[in-house]
Design a protein around this ligand. Structure first.
Ligand code: PLP
Length: 364
């Protein structure tokens, strides 16, 4: 009998949002609204199309293993050195580099709960102990996270803004935390929704790298840049941290199309700003409607909103699915009576809100 590593037997396979084509077939509906995976409802910048067409001429060549061009541009964009950046097949892959490089069965890692599930899965694969510290009012409880740290702690994760709650850790809180944590512990700041944040007290985390070389910032082209399908994200940190991660990275881990698309997308910051503004309108749309419906939600800094539907998340999920709307049930996300809805276009949001209003009437 083949036997995989003992620690993976208890792991669940990641459950993505239901595919649109499947739901269309099952429900025989023409239009499905998928607001389950925090994708950009407006897609990528129109500039990406041209870049992809051009790059298609080079499909027979391996990609630049180190992402030469996008590295150069990104370093300039953020004012960091080129050796402070690592690219991953999505920032998900960088999470796996972190656990591979820093965790083993003699170490532990501290994270919030509920938070992004990928940290825990990857830590478990390395056999590390996972220490989970409950959110407080939907937000990372940094004081308790600090207390949870032991001699064996190698990595601490701060998802900022947090997925699925959408809340954020403020600059002053983060700074005290960084000062209090021993500098031989890697602190990962996962900022997948960075470009969407409008909160005034959100940390400018790259400014911390000088003083705290144990900080690694993760960002991605999957969310506001609208390139989720191409799988490209990046980490920015001290050169020594990036060097360690590079040692466990596969040689051609991000592909040509992704690198070309990322380069074009990065070059269109106007598009990013527009998407952020539209997301802001969408948030207001939800806030207003949810207040009227008297449904609790966490104010969000991302492009998603976690709503307490006052019944089982799966029940709400099924109800909305029958209306052709795909969201995420909170049951799998650690919020059993909630759903997580990606902020869509104005029209999509209106439909979701209408369906929620109906649901509250029908299922109450
Ligand atoms: C979506 C998401 C990611 C992963 O993004 P990819 O770059 O597509 O792998 C990472 N962290 C959080 C919190 C996310 O929500």
């Amino acid at each position: 009998m083949l036997k995989a590593k003992a620690q993976i037997s208890g792991l669940a396979v990641y459950q993505p949002g239901k595919p649109i084509s499947q739901v269309k077939r099952e429900l025989q509906l023409d239009t499905i609204i998928k607001l389950a995976s925090n994708e950009n409802p407006y897609g990528a910048s129109p500039k990406v199309q041209d870049a992809l067409v051009q790059e298609a001429a080079n499909l027979a060549s391996y990609p630049e293993g180190d992402g030469y061009q996008i590295r150069e541009e990104l370093a300039e964009f953020y004012g960091v050195e080129k050796n402070q950046i690592i690219f991953g097949n999505g920032s998900d892959e960088i999470i796996s580099f972190i656990t591979r490089a820093y965790l083993d069965s003699n170490s532990n890692t501290v994270m919030a709960t509920p938070t992004f599930s990928v940290y825990k899965t990857n830590a478990a694969i390395e056999g590390a102990e996972v220490i989970e510290v409950p959110l407080k009012d939907g937000t990372h409880d940094l004081a308790e996270m600090k207390k949870a740290i032991t001699e064996q702690t190698k990595v601490v994760w701060v998802c900022n803004p947090n997925n699925p709650s959408g809340t954020y850790v403020k600059d002053s809180e983060l700074k005290s935390f960084l000062q209090a944590v021993p500098n031989d512990i890697l602190i990962v700041l996962d900022e997948a929704y960075y470009e969407y944040v409008t909160g005034q007290e959100y940390p400018d985390s790259l400014t911390y790298l000088q003083e705290f070389p144990n900080v690694l910032v993760l960002r991605t082209f999957s969310k506001i840049y609208g390139l989720a399908s191409l799988r490209i994200g990046y980490g920015i940190g001290a050169a020594e941290v990036i060097d360690a991660l590079n040692r466990v990275r596969g040689p051609f881990n991000t592909n040509r199309m992704a690198q070309a698309a990322a380069l074009a997308a990065l070059g269109d910051q106007e598009y990013v700003e527009d998407c952020c503004k539209l997301n802001q309108f969408g948030k207001e749309q939800f806030y207003e409607a949810l207040k009227e419906m008297q449904l609790f939600y966490y104010p969000t800094e991302g492009n998603f909103i976690l709503i307490d539907v006052q019944r089982k998340g799966n029940e709400a999920f099924d109800y909305l699915l029958r209306q052709g709307i795909i969201v995420r049930s909170g049951e799998a996300l650690g919020f059993p009576t909630f759903i997580r809805v990606t902020i869509g276009t104005k029209e999509q949001n209106e439909k979701v809100i209408e369906a929620l209003k109906q649901m509250v009437r029908v299922l109450s």
